[in-house]
Design a protein around this ligand. Structure first.
Ligand SMILES: Cc1cc2nc3c(=O)[nH]c(=O)nc-3n(C[C@H](O)[C@H](O)[C@H](O)COP(=O)(O)OP(=O)(O)OC[C@H]3O[C@@H](n4cnc5c(N)ncnc54)[C@H](O)[C@@H]3O)c2cc1C
Length: 377
C-alpha cells in the first residue's frame, strides 16, 4: 500500500511528488512517458508555453530557475490585443518567459526524487474505496493493474477523469463543474514569426479568446472554443481572418487539442472528495481570464504538500483552508473578466490607449483592423 498515489505528472503532480517524495511512499501514474526524449512516445501536452509573472514568482519561491534547455526564442515582451469585435488593436508590455512545454514537463519530472515510484505510459481508468484508502486501476500494454494508496491525488488536468468519476459517485457532495472549452492549436513553420503574443477577441469565434505565439521558427495559432460540432469551423474562421490581416501561415506541422476548464464561481473549485484530493487544473485551479495555469498548479501542490506535513489524517481540511486565498484570486479574476470580455468595456479600454505601448509593430494597420466578413465554414 502506498501512502499517496498521484494521477498525472504535469506541473501540479510532478511538483507535489517532488515536495513529498522523501517523506511518503508515493506512486505517480501518467499516461504520457515523461522520462524519454521529446517526440518519443505519445503526444505532448497542448499548451502555449508562456510562463507568466505569477508562475515566475512561484518558481522563485520554490528556489527554482528554468534551465536554458527549456527556453525557446523569441522571448516576448508584448501582448498584442486584437479586438476583432471592435476593429481595434493595442500593444501592452508583458514579461513572459517563452518555453518548450514538452521540455518543461520533462524537467519538472526530472526533479522528482528516485524514491518515488513512477508509472509512465499508464492510463488510469478508475478508482474505488478499499480497506484503508483507495484502489486505483490503470492499464498499460493491454494489461490492467491495481495499486492501493491511503490517499489518491487527482492531478490529471482539465477534463479530469477522476473528477468526472467522483461526480458520478458523489453527485451531492461535489460542486458544479467549471465551464469546459476545447482548445485547438496548430503549429506553422515560420522562420521569423511576429515577436509578440497576440490575444484575439472575436465573438464570432469564441466567448473566451484565441492567440498566436511565436515559437522558435514557428507560429502557434490557437483558440479556446465552446465544444461542439462547430468548433473546428470556428477555428478555420480564425485562421482565415488572420490570413486576411496579413499573417503568413506557412506549412502546418502539427495540430493538437486539449480540454480546458474555465471556473467562474468559487463553488466550481473542488479540492476534495472522500479519499481523493484535487490539485492543479483538475481542481479547477486556472485563471478564468487568461487561462494561465502554471502558477495555480504549483501553488496548489505547495499547499497540499504543506497540509501533508501534518500527516495524511486531516490533510484535506488543511489543504482546503490553505487554498482559500487561491479561491479568492480566481473570484477576483472572474470579477475582472468583463474588462476583457465585455465588448463595449474592452473597446473603451483599447481605444483609450490606457497603459498601451506607443510602438506599433507595423504588421497590422495601426489602431484599426478590418473586420473580416467570413462566414463560419
Ligand atoms: C492550449 C492551452 C494553452 C495553455 N497555455 C498556457 C500558458 O501559456 N501558460 C500557462 O500558465 N498555462 C497555460 N495553459 C494552462 C496549463 O497548461 C494548465 O493549467 C496546466 O498544465 C495544469 O497543470 P496540471 O498539472 O494541473 O495538469 P496537466 O498539465 O494537464 O497535467 C495532467 C497530467 O495528467 C496526465 N493524465 C491525464 N489523464 C490521465 C489518466 N486518465 N491517466 C494517467 N494520466 C493522466 C496527463 O498526461 C498529464 O501529464 C494552457 C492550456 C491549454 C489547453
Amino acid at each position: 500500500m502506498y501512502d499517496v498515489a498521484i494521477v498525472g505528472s504535469g506541473p501540479a503532480g510532478a511538483t507535489l511528488a517532488r515536495l513529498i517524495g522523501k517523506d511518503y511512499r508515493v506512486l505517480v501514474i501518467d499516461r504520457r512517458t515523461l522520462s524519454g526524449p521529446v517526440g518519443g512516445e505519445g503526444p505532448d501536452r497542448c499548451c502555449g508555453g508562456l510562463v507568466a509573472p505569477a508562475a515566475q514568482k512561484v518558481l522563485a519561491n520554490m528556489g527554482l530557475g528554468l534551465p536554458q534547455d527549456v527556453l525557446v526564442g523569441p522571448q516576448v515582451f508584448a501582448v498584442r490585443v486584437m479586438d476583432f469585435d471592435n476593429n481595434l488593436d493595442g500593444d501592452y508590455q508583458r514579461h513572459y518567459i517563452n518555453i518548450d512545454r514538452a521540455k518543461f514537463d520533462r524537467w519538472l519530472v526530472s526533479l522528482v526524487p528516485p524514491s518515488v515510484q513512477r508509472r509512465d505510459g499508464c492510463r488510469v481508468r478508475g478508482f474505488e474505496p478499499c480497506d484503508g484508502g483507495t484502489a486505483v486501476r490503470y492499464v498499460s500494454g493491454g494489461r490492467t493493474y491495481v495499486d492501493r494508496a491511503r490517499l489518491l491525488v487527482a492531478a490529471d488536468g482539465g477534463n479530469s477523469l477522476i473528477r468526472r468519476l467522483a461526480m458520478r459517485t458523489w453527485p451531492d457532495r461535489m460542486g458544479p463543474m467549471p465551464q469546459r472549452y476545447i482548445a485547438i492549436q496548430e503549429w506553422f513553420d515560420l522562420p521569423e514569426p511576429p515577436p509578440y503574443f497576440s490575444a484575439i477577441f472575436d465573438s464570432q469565434i469564441t466567448d473566451f479568446y484565441s492567440w498566436t505565439i511565436p515559437k522558435s521558427g514557428a507560429l502557434l495559432v490557437g483558440s479556446a472554443l465552446r465544444p461542439g460540432r462547430g468548433a473546428s469551423g470556428r477555428f478555420d474562421l480564425l485562421k482565415r481572418k488572420l490570413t486576411q490581416l496579413g499573417f503568413r501561415l506557412g506549412r502546418r506541422t502539427r495540430r493538437e487539442g486539449a480540454f480546458i476548464y474555465r471556473p467562474r464561481r468559487m463553488a466550481e473549485i473542488c479540492t476534495g472528495a472522500p479519499g481523493v484530493v484535487f490539485v492543479g487544473e483538475a481542481a479547477g485551479w486556472i485563471s478564468p481570464s487568461s487561462a494561465e495555469g502554471y502558477s495555480f498548479a504549483f501553488d496548489s501542490a505547495l499547499h497540499l504538500a504543506a497540509a501533508l506535513r501534518g500527516g495524511i489524517e486531516g490533510c484535506q481540511a488543511r489543504y482546503a483552508a490553505m487554498s482559500r486565498g487561491m479561491k479568492l484570486k480566481i473570484a477576483f479574476k472572474s470579477i475582472r473578466c468583463p474588462l476583457m470580455y465585455d465588448r463595449r468595456l474592452r473597446g473603451l479600454i483599447v481605444q483609450s490607449g490606457w497603459r498601451a505601448l506607443s510602438t506599433a509593430t507595423g504588421l497590422l494597420p495601426a489602431g484599426r483592423i478590418g473586420q473580416a466578413a467570413v462566414a463560419p465554414g
